[in-house]
Design a protein around this ligand. Structure first.
Ligand code: E4P
Length: 228
């Protein structure tokens, strides 16, 4: 299971990369525009923070195959490292996916809402497909079930494409996706941080500290071991 951070905010990326076992960063035009800054500098700064090995997924805005391919090549050249071009699924996007796949450029097919979109993207050569869980739930579909069926379908048909579940609003959605066998999720930093928090954990830590201090005062284990 891989956790990816869905943001272009440099402070959030720095914090998540420093503290958590994240596998990379995903962006889209909405996420990028929230930062309201120089686009090229922003994606290069993200790469500088995460280093060359972590995944960086950047989405194209072009809609015609040849323009998508051109943007993908320019983006790859600009950000380098472990790069994935995100392409929203469409006939032109699928054609571009095949072209880029044959050129050795890694593709994440995004804005996936159905199992058949995912299957066709996989057959076109996408490395990841990104189904939108919360947006499916919002239209009275079942995002978790759609993802679970994509995972099962890829297994049944021996398709190597991985599933990168996206668009989350709750911890429960993320947990159910993890239980489905989905290989990866991309989550905004605020929601990601809530995954590690539980009030009972904080009570337990407070109790440990109080019990320790009742006998050893403010001395730390390090200080005791060093004979201080
Ligand atoms: C990521 O690839 C998607 O663009 C993103 O997760 C969509 O999330 P949203 O539905 O919260 O905008």
């Amino acid at each position: 299971m891989m956790y990816i951070i869905d943001t272009a905010n440099l402070d959030d990326i720095k914090r998540c990369v420093e503290y958590y076992p994240v596998a990379g960063v995903t962006t889209n035009p909405t996420i990028i525009s929230k930062e309201n800054t120089d686009f090229l500098k922003l994606i290069k700064d993200i790469r500088a923070i995460i280093g060359p090995d972590m995944m960086l997924h950047v989405q194209v805005t072009a809609s015609k195959c040849e323009d998508i391919v051109k943007e993908a090549l320019l983006l790859k050249e600009a950000v380098g490292g472990n790069f994935y071009v995100k392409i929203p699924i469409s006939p032109e996007g699928l054609k571009a996916t095949s072209v880029l796949h044959n050129m050795g450029i890694k593709v994440t097919e995004t804005a996936i809402f159905t199992q058949q979109q995912a299957l066709i993207a996989g057959l076109a050569g996408a490395d990841f497909v990104a189904p939108y869980v919360n947006r499916l739930d919002n239209i009275v579909s079942d995002g978790v079930q759609v993802v679970a069926e994509i995972v099962e379908m890829f297994k049944k048909h021996d398709i190597k494409t991985k599933v990168l579940a996206a668009s989350f609003k709750t911890v429960e959605q993320i947990h159910k996706i993890a239980m489905s066998g989905c290989q990866s999720v991309t989550i905004n930093p605020a929601l990601f941080e809530t995954l590690t928090y539980h009030p009972m954990t904080q009570y337990a830590i407070d109790d440990f500290n109080a019990d320790w201090e009742s006998i050893y005062g403010k001395k730390s284990i390090a200080e005791i071991c060093e004979g201080k």
